[in-house]
Design a protein around this ligand. Structure first.
Ligand code: EPU
Length: 328
């Protein structure tokens, strides 16, 4: 157990104060001990994975931060089981090496396997929930391991059962992949690069190239990807928006009732906010749903920019945005 550990370097935003207590857990027993400690000492607890979808406050965290470093990947036929602390993109690269289909469009996403599950990551026509078979969690209330089958995980767009049950810590997940080629090349930028057929390696390469253009370079500045979720509105609301902006692309969500509104499009085409900055943070030039932060930026600056965007979107379009990034 360490004290006063700076959290900024453990996040892709590169922002945030110190943790009062901090521990890295590599095995399940360490997780158990850390959770017992937090309970006995009446400390709040924060589970940290790859730190790629959090904004930690400038004051840091007054409690115990547990960084999940559980490791191990096992392949059993077409099923791959990965520990929560594995790097997401390392897992994807491994499945591509093994010629297994199902995760290739999710190439290049920073973060851990555990975070990817909680968040139900999705990109370029693929979502993690489509291939999850089960998720193993440690229930901090009962002190026991539990396995949830896919349907019990209540996956939705950037949402899962785990997001609403912080007492459950994801420890492993199983992905049901396929050795039969099934390229998903529907997303416009992907189709432009690859046409209508491609190998796993070609898809991975194309996705990584597309992402390079859409996200800030983490070696230079900070980000947590899309800062807000694209709102899902009713068919009636969608019609209202479509009447006003006939050129706006809308995406019907088959899994939930409703229509997904591309906020990046509205921010760019209607509000001309690409590159808009406040202090050391700004909306990324080539993807305004993404907030980029200069080295040394503060969480308070990101929050101020986010508030400004929420206000603009509500005033101009009557839409209330929700953060995708977890605010600590
Ligand atoms: N657009 C513009 N101007 C821009 C950028 C985009 O007009 O500067 C338009 C695009 O042409 C497109 C629309 O806005 O019609 C949506 O943009 P894009 O396809 O880039 O995706 P997004 O909806 O902004 C979502 C996910 C991303 C994921 C991409 C690709 C959310 C919140 N974000 O972004 O996920 O990578 O689709 O599938 O759903 C993340 O969750 O952190 C994330 C990065």
């Amino acid at each position: 157990m360490e004290r006063g550990v700076s959290l900024a370097p453990l996040t892709t935003f590169g922002i945030g104060g110190k943790a009062k207590f901090f521990v890295r857990v590599k095995i399940l027993d360490e997780l158990r001990e850390s959770l017992d400690y937090a309970r006995d000492q009446h400390q709040r607890m924060l589970i940290l994975g790859g730190g790629s979808n959090v904004l930690i406050s400038d004051e840091g965290f007054d409690g115990l931060v547990i960084k999940i470093e559980l490791s191990g990947v096992e392949q059993q036929g077409e099923m791959v089981v990965a520990a929560a602390g594995e790097q997401w993109d390392g897992l994807v690269a491994g499945t591509i090496e093994a010629e297994l289909w199902g995760l290739e469009n999710l190439s290049g996403i920073p973060g851990s396997v555990g975070g990817a599950v909680v968040q139900n990551i999705g990109a370029y026509g693929q979502a993690l929930s489509e291939v999850v078979q089960w998720v193993e969690v440690f229930d901090t209330e009962s002190g026991k391991l539990k396995t949830l089958q896919k349907n019990e995980c209540v996956f939705e767009y950037r949402d899962s059962f785990f997001k609403h049950h912080p007492e459950l810590v994801v420890v492993r997940a199983a992905f049901e992949l396929s050795s039969v080629p099934q390229p998903i090349l529907t997303y416009k930028d992907v189709a432009t690069r690859l046409g209508n057929t491609a190998s796993l390696a070609e898809i991975r390469k194309a996705i990584i190239a597309i992402r390079k253009d859409k996200f800030p370079d983490l070696a230079v500045e900070g980000t947590a990807g899309s800062f807000f979720k694209n709102p899902i509105v009713s068919a009636k609301e969608a019609t209202r928006l479509k009447d006003r902006y006939p050129e706006m692309p809308l995406f019907v969500m088959p899994e939930t009732q409703g229509v997904k509104v591309p906020i990046a499009w509205l921010l760019d085409k209607k509000l001309k906010l690409n590159g808009f900055s406040l202090g050391s943070v700004r909306l990324f030039e080539r993807q305004p749903l993404v907030i980029a932060a200069n080295r040394g930026a503060r969480a308070s600056e990101v929050r101020a920019l986010a508030e400004k965007i929420k206000k603009e979107v509500q005033e101009n379009f009557g839409i209330i945005l929700a953060e995708e990034v977890k605010m600590v």
